[in-house]
Design a protein. Structure first.
Length: 621
């Protein structure tokens, strides 16, 4: 007789395994239809029914036997089944990691007794561990990561021991956990953010340890928490309004005994203030005070208190831009234009991955444009014009897929126009005029299907206008004069130019057959005189799109604040809103017009809210 399988292991009570038997006669032939009788040698471990289905009922080993009686005699076979709880190895790891032999009580541990008979351990009907209560039991050492494997654990109570080291992040995998008490030990390090995944947690006690750092943002997911104790550590509570609301929803907590976290962006703003003569700014209310950063003039923050906007345009900033601004990880808007800033643009600004708008124009910045700015994948507007920037235009700027406005004019840039700029599919405005750019206009610029404004005048560009520019069907403004360029004299080019609302091509010679300039044809010369065209172009700035105008007006409205402490405010609130809506960008940039910011809610719950002020409620044992 042969029994299959020859041996089996079950890891949970109630788990089953099907055995089968094959009987052969004295000639080795399989006996079909033979009646097999099944039995278990240890029914406290496993039972077996008449079909050979074995069921685990307790930990240990049991012999599964099969027998057949025939006319000529009987035949039997055996197999073995082992029932082992997967939680046993986890408990052994805890025992060994925390000096189990020196515990105050450790009866049953490491024996063959059911886990439910081990001191401090409770199990369910499948022998899986559901509770571990070893408080005040002289546990010494670190909490082993293996505890994260107790899949059915509901209560983990290890307070008032001598546990050291960090809280294992693996505890965040205990999906059924409702109570976690690790207080009054010597635990160190930060609270693992993985604990925020304990969706069923109702009580969490980590107080009286040596834990450090902020309460994890992930804790906002603990919607069932009714008791939270974290005092007596070196922890801090985030200043975000969302955290305040979450704490107010917890019935018992001691977070009002924990300090608020310092804002990580504060140091960068202090560096800016000190580097650019903050005391001499036109407006600097709130700066360097303990007020929330969102109350500092020109600063906007998100709900977590992180800086998202910095608008200090036309505010008398003098000095260099500090590299520390590159640490403002949530920054989306940086507007420092129309000031007296000098020195280079810090390459660290290329780390501002969320930045959508960068306005540094109308300053005295020098040095090259950092190639690192090509890493700002979310950038939509880059205005660096009217500075003293030198060197080539970085080809990396061609990777700014979301860019709509690129203004690099009125600097001292040299070298060719990078053909990579032709990859900026969303670009509507490209202003490179009034520099020292050389070489031909790249034909790739003809791929800028959304371009409405192209300003390349007053450089040292050479050669004919590329045929590919005929593809720029949305162009309404074209400036190419003041170079050594020539315009193709074809009818197609003439028709294309006549369809552009504002251009200075009548100041550019027509290409001869040999590629040299020739006299201007009458149909272009008649369009406008050189004198009139030159006067019109120099009398007004290149028009920015309505989108850019809207962005500028919106920023001016959001940055405007009034303060009773501000001396000689430049205009009233009503004047500001009217002027901003109607004035050109240059006028807006020079008119800060502060207005008052709304009051900021308290960071932590009010002292009047009911709280457990001295000690947590009765702890489980």
């Amino acid at each position: 007789m042969t029994i299959t399988p020859a041996a089996a292991q079950l890891t949970a009570l109630g788990e089953t395994i099907q055995f089968s038997a094959r009987v052969r006669d004295q000639n080795g032939q399989v006996m079909a239809g033979a009646t097999v009788n099944w039995s278990s040698g240890n029914t406290s471990v496993a039972t077996v029914d008449g079909s050979g289905l074995a069921t685990a009922v307790g930990e240990g080993e049991a012999e599964i036997m099969a027998g057949v009686v025939t006319a000529t005699g009987s035949v039997a076979g055996t197999s073995r089944v082992t029932v082992v709880s997967p939680d046993r190895a986890v408990l052994v790891a805890l025992y060994e990691a925390t000096g189990g032999s020196d515990w105050v009580a450790n009866s049953g541990w490491l024996t063959d007794a059911p886990l439910g008979d081990w001191f401090g351990v409770t199990t369910d009907e499948s022998a899986r561990v559901t509770g571990l209560h070893l408080s005040e039991n002289n546990l010494n050492g670190s909490i082993p990561a293996e505890l994260g494997g107790l899949a059915n654990l509901e209560e983990l109570v290890l307070y008032a021991n001598e546990l050291t080291g960090s809280i294992p992040s693996e505890l965040g995998g205990l999906a059924n956990l409702t109570e976690l008490w690790l207080d009054t030990n010597q635990l160190t390090g930060p609270i693992p953010p993985e604990l925020g995944s304990l969706a069923n947690l109702t009580e969490l006690a980590l107080h009286t340890n040596a834990l450090t750092g902020p309460i994890p943002q992930s804790f906002l997911q603990l919607s069932r928490l009714v008791a939270l104790y974290i005092a007596g550590n070196s922890l801090c509570v985030p200043r975000a309004a969302a955290f305040t609301a979450w704490l107010n929803g917890i019935e018992n907590h001691d977070a009002d005994q924990v300090t608020a976290c310092p804002n990580p962006d504060r140091a960068a703003l202090v560096a800016l203030y000190e580097a650019t003569g903050g005391p001499d700014w036109v407006a600097h209310s709130g700066w360097l005070t303990d007020a929330p950063l969102g109350d500092w003039f020109g600063v906007t923050t998100d709900e977590s208190g992180r800086v998202t906007g910095l608008n200090l345009s036309a505010n008398n900033l003098n000095g260099s831009i500090p590299a520390e601004l590159g640490s403002l990880g949530n920054l989306t808007t940086l507007a420092l234009h129309t000031n007296g800033l000098t020195g280079p643009i810090p390459s660290e600004l290329g780390s501002l991955g969320k930045l959508t708008l960068l306005w540094l124009h109308a300053n005295g910045l020098t040095g090259p444009i950092p190639s690192e700015l090509g890493s700002l994948g979310n950038l939509t507007t880059l205005w660096l014009h009217t500075n003293g920037l030198t060197g080539p235009i970085p080809s990396e700027l061609g990777g700014l897929a979301n860019l709509t406005g690129l203004w690099l004019d009125t600097n001292q840039l040299t070298g060719p126009i990078p053909p990579e700029l032709g990859s900026l599919a969303n670009l509507t405005e490209l202003a490179l005029h009034t520099n020292g750019l050389t070489g031909p206009i790249p034909s790739e610029l003809g791929d800028l299907a959304n371009l409405t404004t192209l300003a390349l005048d007053k450089n040292q560009l050479t050669g004919p206008i590329p045929q590919s520019l005929l593809q720029l069907s949305r162009l309404v403004a074209l400036y190419i004069a003041g170079n050594s360029l020539c315009v193709p004299g074809t009818a197609a080019f003439t028709a294309w130019l006549n369809g552009i609302g504002d251009h200075d091509a009548d100041q550019v010679t027509v290409c001869s057959a040999a590629g040299q300039g020739a006299s201007l044809p009458g149909h272009l010369a008649a369009r406008r005189s050189n004198t009139e065209a030159s006067a019109r172009h120099s009398a007004k700035p290149i028009r920015r799109s309505s989108v850019s105008q809207s962005i500028l007006s919106s920023m001016q409205a959001s940055r405007s604040r009034s303060s009773a402490s501000s001396a000689n405010p430049p205009c009233s609130t009503s004047e500001s809103s009217t002027a901003t809506a109607n004035a050109p960008p240059e006028a807006c940039a020079a008119s800060p017009c502060p207005i008052a910011s709304p009051a900021t809610a308290s960071i932590l719950p009010s002292a009047s809210a009911p709280r457990s002020s001295v000690s947590p409620r009765s702890r489980p044992r």
